[in-house]
Design a protein around this ligand. Structure first.
Ligand SMILES: Nc1ncnc2c1ncn2[C@@H]1O[C@H](COP(=O)(O)OP(=O)(O)OP(=O)(O)O)[C@@H](O)[C@H]1O
Ligand SMILES: [Mg+2]
Length: 510
């Protein structure tokens, strides 16, 4: 048999046998969307393979195929040199492929241990779950990974960051050879990111392959060995990380050069819009005082758990403060519920979009208009065409990738869901707009777009409070930066005073 024939007959070519995983010409379409178009991918063992591309490029869809969640319309997968067909996530797990999802998938009312071993719990002689053993093996797993979380607590009582760590531990617990991580750091702080990177190094040393999806540039260059770029459902290029630099990576993703990422313009600062004095909520935050002016962008920095989100949620009436006072346009205000807050002209883009933001079973259009319908009513009737027109404009402005306003929002990619939420509050014309991690999970191009819109709003006189864990975003966008530490205001810096070092020092209580 000639060499060529031999190659054709073997399951995967000689040269490809060294790969842990190979996908050949994989396609997947959904009604109205070709999510993947003949995508090929080769994953090396003992390496981190980063997958990058704009929102809706097809990254999560590809990984769901690799993890057995979606069945491709065409194409072939190979695992350790053998062709495989994956019938379900359980099937993939059994073969050694595990995935950490972009949206958390755990159950809040079960314990950490139950969440990790669900369906695989150790059983005693009577066939009942052996809780002693369950907690012991969870403890062993968590301590091997250096994660300091009690296996017996209910998951719902943990912060988002800790829930993410549990999700990571769960994926590792299957001892898989291929581990897929879809934006694992979008909800954790630098401390946990470092921790995750140590875990990844440990897995690499064991020869496991990791596919890592992220929108964060610095992360990619820190941990990726190989980088693949997707654009509009196509595989554009795969190279080793050292063959890319920041600019060539962005250009490959976006298909054009991005000029300016933070288009902060100087805007005349107006009167005080919102003034907060000695706000306190026992055990959560205390003595929080700050002002925000019309036309101003007040950045809010701090570590996760520093109380940033809680202060803003209490301002918005989700969990009202017990002490202190809030003044809006100089008048004292009692805000007991989000409805009070919205009525007085406030809007809040929440950090946890699944819990408090999106209505997953409603359409893109409905999710967008839900807060501004009263503005478009005439004698009790909604002027639907007027509303739809505005929604269409938003879809265009923010480049929301969706087949139409009628698409169920759950079907949109993560970053595009975030854009819809932003559109909701832009349509609502608030006087004070509170944004909690507005560009989390959003690609570089859309990030620039959102920053531009925030700047425009400030120009129109809206007072903006922007919580962000990304220091370049805080530094680039803010007129002033409030830094929180352990439930207190660590300091408020002017734009001129604010540097990365000073913010980090205040955030860590120095
Ligand atoms: N279950 C589904 N039903 C319909 N359309 C879908 C479904 N899942 C994904 N899509 C569409 O497929 C395209 C690719 O989505 P995917 O989630 O793979 O993007 P992504 O690259 O992961 O983006 P992001 O960076 O925003 O997470 C998008 O246009 C999305 O709306
Ligand atoms: Mg995704």
């Amino acid at each position: 048999m000639s060499k060529v024939q031999q190659q054709e007959n073997s399951s995967v070519s000689q040269q490809d046998a060294e790969y842990m995983f190979v996908a050949e010409r994989v396609s997947k379409s959904f009604p109205g969307v070709q999510a993947l178009n003949k995508v090929s991918l080769k994953i090396r063992p003992g390496m981190v393979h980063a997958l990058m591309g704009e929102n809706g490029a097809g990254k999560s869809t590809m990984m769901k195929i690799v993890a057995g969640i979606y069945i491709p319309n065409e194409g072939q997968l190979y695992f350790k040199g053998q062709p495989i067909v994956l019938k379900s996530p359980r099937d993939a797990l059994g073969k050694g492929i595990a995935m950490i999802h972009q949206e958390l998938n755990l159950l809040a009312y079960m314990t950490v241990a139950e969440n990790i071993w669900i369906g695989r719990e150790p059983r005693n002689m009577l066939g009942l779950i052996d809780h002693g053993q369950l907690f012991a093996q969870t403890h062993a797993l968590l301590s091997k990974l250096g994660i300091d979380i009690d296996p017996e607590v209910e998951l719902g009582s943990l912060s988002i960051a800790n829930r993410q760590m549990v999700e990571i531990a769960k994926a590792v617990s299957f001892n898989s050879d291929l581990l897929i991580m879809d934006e694992p750091t979008s909800a954790i702080t630098e401390k946990e990111v470092e921790h995750l990177f140590r875990i990844i190094a440990q897995l690499k040393a064991e020869g496991k392959a990791i596919i890592y999806i992220t929108h964060k540039m610095d992360e990619v260059f820190q941990i990726a060995d190989d980088i693949s770029i997707f654009r509009d459902g196509h595989h554009i290029v795969t190279k080793t990380a050292s063959e890319f630099d920041h600019n060539s990576l962005i250009t490959a993703m976006v298909g054009r050069e991005l000029s300016q990422v933070f288009p902060k313009e100087d805007v005349p600062i107006g009167d005080i819009a919102l003034s907060v004095k000695n706000l306190g909520l026992k055990g959560v935050f205390n003595d929080v005082s700050f002002d925000v002016h019309y036309g101003e962008i007040l950045g809010v920095a701090g570590l996760m758990g520093s109380g940033r989100t809680e202060v803003m949620e209490s301002l918005f009436g989700i969990n009202p403060a017990k002490e202190g006072e809030i003044r809006f346009d100089g008048r004292q205000l009692k805000i007991k519920s989000p409805a009070d807050a919205i009525r007085s002209g406030m809007a809040l883009l929440t950090e946890d979009r699944k819990k408090t933001g999106l209505f997953l079973s409603l359409s893109v259009g409905e999710n967008m208009q839900i807060a501004s319908l009263p503005d478009h009513c005439n004698m009790g009737f909604v002027k639907q065409s007027e509303v739809d027109e505005l929604c269409h404009q938003m879809v265009g402005k923010l480049k929301v990738k969706t087949p139409g306003l009628d698409e169920i929002i759950e079907n949109l990619s993560g970053g595009n869901q975030q854009k819809v939420l932003i559109a909701r509050w832009l349509l609502n014309h608030p006087k004070v707009l509170i944004l909690d991690e507005p560009t989390r999970g959003v690609d570089v191009g859309a990030k620039a777009e959102i920053h531009k819109l925030i700047t425009q709003l400030a120009k129109q006189g809206v007072a903006i409070i922007m919580i962000s864990s990304e220091l370049p975003e805080v530094l680039g966008m803010s007129d002033r930066v409030m830094v929180m530490h352990e439930g207190k205001v660590g300091g408020i810096l002017s734009r001129a005073e604010a540097t990365q070092e000073r913010i980090l020092a205040l955030a860590s209580g120095m």
